[in-house]
Design a protein around this ligand. Structure first.
Ligand SMILES: Cc1cc2nc3c(=O)[nH]c(=O)nc-3n(C[C@H](O)[C@H](O)[C@H](O)COP(=O)(O)O)c2cc1C
Length: 366
């Protein structure tokens, strides 16, 4: 393993809350060896390179990853990322970066979309603005890498995290000079990728294929998932779906309530027919899209249903049937709305307790 683990005395409350059955003896002593007072600090190359406390990244989410939410994640010790595709120009992005800086003095990043887009994005301007404003990292996503921007970003000291959905694209990102690579498995709430490889296989496949620090996502929503990703070879995680159900995320309360009611079986894979598979909670718009995809509808007909303006209403206005409701399978693991800090602290505490519990297997700890 490439990461060192340090034990520190934080996270007491959450560890003690994890397992109520027999947690303490009558004398008040902990009677399970893994339920100790300390949380583990998961220090990895990702925490070092991004200058953050925990290797937990809130991946950029269209319409949602705005200043207050991004700052809340970074203030909690994770890494928040503003989504540039929410903005029409570099100047608009600059205002959001400035707003974020007013809310946090911790590092944060900017997401750049390299996916084909009906309306071309001013990515050149977004990169220039990110450099001018000195953001810590660019998270790019798409089937191509941000090769054309990498020399400029490197020179400016902005780290490049390229996010993709297959080991072969991770290899490409490394070759093109990315500093870190993120792989997201088929469970994830963003673009699913054409290979449709689940996280359990994707992480070790990517780990064996690249040397640069590896971040992994897709279905991670708690400390057990986080620890599993590290066990598989990741040095950090990228989380989207679980972060949508935090208090600071600007998703509409009705959307968050819908998430709490939903299970991992309440989603559909859509947009395969246009070569951009995604996953959405089932609603009327998804039913309509499924009909169109079954009828081999044209790209224009499909685009009219999946358009960003429609799903903006779903996410931000709580008009739940208006458009797509992009979401990952981990929605089934979301049981409460927490602040970003409560979520991150709880995740780290659960991962620490789980690591200790695993260490007792084979009688290492008595
Ligand atoms: C509603 C939603 C919107 C997203 N939008 C983007 C985006 O604009 N750009 C991007 O790179 N990733 C996007 N993602 C993907 C996330 O950044 C992250 O990689 C993914 O959600 C991690 O998997 P998880 O949802 O299983 O946690 C989005 C995810 C969700 C749920």
């Amino acid at each position: 393993m490439d990461f060192a683990i340090y034990v520190v005395t934080v996270g007491v409350k959450f560890v003690a809350d994890l397992d109520t059955e027999g947690t303490r003896t009558n004398e008040g002593k902990l009677n399970k060896p893994w339920l100790r007072k300390e949380s583990i600090m998961f220090k990895t190359r990702v925490t070092e390179m991004l200058g953050i406390e925990y290797p937990i990244i809130a991946g950029g989410m269209n319409w949602l990853s705005r200043a207050e939410f991004v700052a809340a994640v970074s203030n909690a010790g994770g890494f928040g990322i503003i989504t540039s595709s929410n903005f029409a120009s570099g100047e608009e992005l600059r205002q959001e970066i400035k707003k974020t800086k007013e809310l946090t003095n911790k590092p944060f990043g900017v997401n750049i979309s390299l996916f084909p887009s009906i309306k071309p994005l001013p990515n050149d301007e977004f990169v220039k603005t990110s450099i001018d404003e000195g953001v810590a990292a660019i998270e790019s996503s798409g089937v191509r890498t941000p090769a054309e921007y990498i020399p400029r970003l490197k020179e400016a000291g902005v780290k490049v995290i390229h996010k993709c959905a297959s080991a072969r694209h991770a290899v490409r990102a490394e070759k093109d000079g990315a500093d870190l690579v993120a792989v997201v498995g088929f469970e994830n709430g963003g673009a699913l990728g054409m290979d449709e490889i689940p996280t359990l296989v994707l992480i070790p496949a990517a780990r064996d294929a690249v040397k640069i620090p590896l971040i992994a996502g897709g279905g991670i929503a708690n400390g057990r998932g986080f620890l599993a990703a590290l066990a598989l070879g990741a040095e950090g995680v990228v989380i989207g779906t679980r972060f949508m159900a935090t208090k600071e995320c600007p998703a509409h309360p009705k959307f968050k309530e819908w998430m709490l009611q939903s299970k991992e079986t309440d989603l559909a894979v859509i947009e395969r027919s246009i070569g951009m598979p995604h996953r959405s909670l089932r609603n009327k718009a998804v039913e309509r899209l499924e009909e169109l995809e079954a009828e081999s509808a044209t790209f224009e007909e499909i685009a009219a249903v999946v358009t960003g303006e429609k799903y903006k209403k779903t996410f931000l206005d709580g008009d739940l049937d208006a458009g797509m409701a992009y979401c990952g399978l981990s929605v089934g693991l979301v049981h409460e709305i927490l602040t970003a800090k409560e979520f991150i602290d709880g995740l780290i505490a659960e991962a620490s307790a789980t690591a200790r519990k695993l260490a007792t297997l084979g009688g290492v700890i008595k």
